[in-house]
Design a protein around this ligand. Structure first.
Ligand code: HEC
Ligand code: HEC
Length: 303
């Protein structure tokens, strides 16, 4: 914080408290004004003489408890500002900080849950999926960290793979899933529009429809077969069944990460696709990733 704002905040706070105190004492009324007391009728409380729609104002002092409550808030503010941060960059005698409190709570939670995570960390994936408590913890972690992209049911959406089926871009073994979560994945489908031209895109798309068993234009598909062998087979394999090491999807199974309509498939081919699964190892501890792996494995197994 700059010196100016530091002084500004300290001055502003001090003036506000002093102003409130002044206001409180300046308007304090302990005694009834003698004139109003004289004017009061016998047995009646003295009045100020102000009348609003027939309602008269008594000339009573502020009740003591009410007045003291205001004094109390001022004293509270002064003590608070000595103990806690509030006056500019002054840290307060107690040294309390938001991050400190947060860290303390995190440390407490970690101390509480560490033994539980540890117990699961040594379990194999088979043991994990047979353990309902482990799956429940995995689900909670999934909802907090993964569902924004993969959906709360793990079924994904456009551009975000379904984790609850048996179709995998990068492999579905426990080790593959763990690697996907830990280190993240970057899909790299190059853009082919400039290389093979719009006609090439159209032809090879028809060929992709052919190998996925869909309706297609046979002439265009025959042209596309050559394009495919030249430019696509290296990643998607000659048969089109995909390659986990490249993250290149199976093009024959009718499952489409980016949509299977003719225009979307042509779009994938023409413009390329670059899905990004963010690495979690800088965010989540290994034990949590282990539980997440078990949860995802279980999702796809129980499809
Ligand atoms: C910012 C969005 C995002 C978040 C958050 C995210 N993912 Fe992903 N994830 C993706 C994308 C996109 C891909 C596909 C990458 C590609 O197209 O190559 C992916 C791929 C995966 C894969 C590989 C799927 C396959 O078919 O091989 C797994 C497993 C996975 N994510 C699990 C998780 C888990 C578990 C979490 C939570 C810790 C998570 N993801 C959080 C976007 C995300
Ligand atoms: C360098 C490797 C590589 C080459 C070469 C390549 N692809 Fe891909 N392709 C990928 C990857 C990786 C993805 C997935 C991208 C992602 O996950 O974001 C992909 C995705 C696709 C998709 C989208 C699939 C879906 O499920 O939505 C289609 C269609 C496709 N490729 C067709 C082709 C065709 C046709 C060619 C040849 C012209 C080709 N690819 C060449 C790596 C490649």
């Amino acid at each position: 914080m700059s010196t100016f704002w530091n002084i500004w905040i300290i001055a502003f706070t001090a003036i506000t408290i002093a102003g409130c105190t002044w206001l409180l004492f300046a308007n304090r009324k302990i005694e009834v004004s003698s004139k109003n007391a004289e004017d009061a009728e016998d047995g009646e409380a003295p009045k100020t003489g102000h009348v609003y729609d027939g309602i008269e104002e008594y000339d009573n002092p502020l009740p003591g408890w009410w007045f003291n409550m205001f004094v109390g808030t001022v004293i509270f503010a002064l003590i608070y500002l000595v103990l806690y941060p509030g006056l500019g960059s002054y840290a307060g005698v107690l040294g309390w900080t938001q991050t400190g409190q947060w860290q303390e709570e995190v440390d407490q939670a970690e101390a509480k849950y560490a033994p539980i995570y540890e117990q699961y960390a040594s379990m194999s994936v088979e043991e994990l999926i047979a353990n309902p408590e482990a799956i429940k913890m995995g689900r909670r972690l999934f909802n907090n960290n993964c569902s924004v992209c993969h959906g709360s049911d793990g079924k994904g959406s456009y551009g975000f793979p379904n984790l609850a089926d048996s179709d995998w871009l990068y492999g579905g073994s426990a080790a593959d899933i763990k690697a996907s979560i830990t280190h993240g994945r970057k899909g790299a489908m190059p853009a082919w529009g400039a290389v093979i031209g719009e006609e090439g895109v159209d032809n090879v798309a028809e060929y992709v429809f052919k190998i996925s068993g869909r309706e297609h234009n046979a002439d265009k598909a025959a042209e596309g077969a050559t394009v495919y062998a030249t430019y696509c087979a290296a990643c998607h394999t000659p048969a089109g069944t995909g390659m986990a090491a490249m993250g290149a999807p199976n093009l024959t199974d009718g499952v489409w990460l980016y949509g299977g309509s003719p225009s979307l498939v042509r779009h994938s081919i023409r413009n390329g696709r670059n899905g990004n699964m963010p690495a979690q190892d800088n965010k989540l501890k290994a034990e949590k990733i282990h539980l997440l792996m078990g949860y995802v494995y279980n999702l796809s197994k129980n499809q």
